[in-house]
Ligand binder design. Structure first.
Ligand code: GLP
Length: 241
């Protein structure tokens, strides 16, 4: 595990965008595993700025997103497909046909999860997986459990996640209770994994996840065992180490 310490959110975002940019430059047809949430927004802004300066070409990049809420209309501004379009895809020259997000309106959970696993497999796996860290240690929507889930699956969101994510919705009742998420196996099979974490509120879970035991009760802890894992965090998030 490597830790890159940045002064603040902007510094973290720039460092992380640099890692992703080098991946695209070295392999223009790479497969990026992408994440949502507040943490990667700055990273996407930096990537857009690099694209606008003519430093990056997304035309051959393929992407596969971590997760999606079940039951939200794709035009809902809280769906993760909407998030990806407004925070990245609509601002760079990525071909939308090469982007993938689980289909949250497909109510056939088994079919959708099998389809998504096949999408990842057919792309030949993920070159670089970007992650955020849930306040309870979740990655994607892999919530604390008594085992590490493997492939794409439907999850029942924990109360902690509903509480953490309600800030994006008008009211708590609007937060979907279920989601589709890539499994821990899919994430661990990515060639490189990069996580962005920012703020004092995440300091305790950073310590637990990366300096505590590897346990499905803290899903991110398994990243300690990944051969190419980089944590890019600001000083506040690293303050308990
Ligand atoms: C959501 C997403 C995760 C994300 C997490 C942290 O639950 N499913 O992929 O990492 O939130 O979000 P934030 O970066 O806003 O703290």
């Amino acid at each position: 595990m490597r830790i890159i310490s940045a002064k603040d959110y902007e510094g973290m975002s720039l460092q992380c965008a640099n890692l992703i940019a080098s991946q695209i430059m070295l392999k223009p047809d790479c497969v990026l595993g992408l994440a949502t949430g507040g943490s990667p927004v700055g990273t996407y802004k930096e990537l857009i700025a690099k694209y606008e300066r003519g430093e990056l070409d997304f035309s051959r990049v393929k992407s596969v997103n971590l997760d999606e809420y079940v039951g939200l209309d794709i035009n809902s501004d809280q769906s993760y497909i909407y998030f990806m379009r407004s925070n990245l895809f609509d601002h760079v020259n990525i071909d939308l046909a090469n982007t993938n997000v689980p289909c949250g309106t497909n109510m056939d959970a088994e079919g959708e999860c099998a389809r998504y696993d096949e999408v990842i497999r057919s792309m030949g796996g993920i070159d670089l997986q970007l992650l955020g860290l849930g306040p309870n240690g979740h990655i994607g929507f892999n919530e604390p459990d008594d085992h590490f889930p493997t492939g794409t699956h439907k999850v029942s969101l924990t109360e902690a996640t509903i509480q953490a994510n309600k800030r994006f919705f008008e009211k708590e009742e609007d937060v979907p209770r279920f989601a589709y998420t890539m499994g821990v196996r899919d994430i661990m099979q990515a060639k490189r994994v990069v996580m962005v974490v920012s703020g004092e509120g995440k300091a305790e879970i950073v310590k637990k996840a990366f300096f505590g035991p590897v346990t499905p009760e803290v899903p991110a802890s398994i990243l300690q065992l990944h051969p190419d894992f980089t944590l890019v965090a600001d000083e506040a998030a690293l303050s308990q180490l």
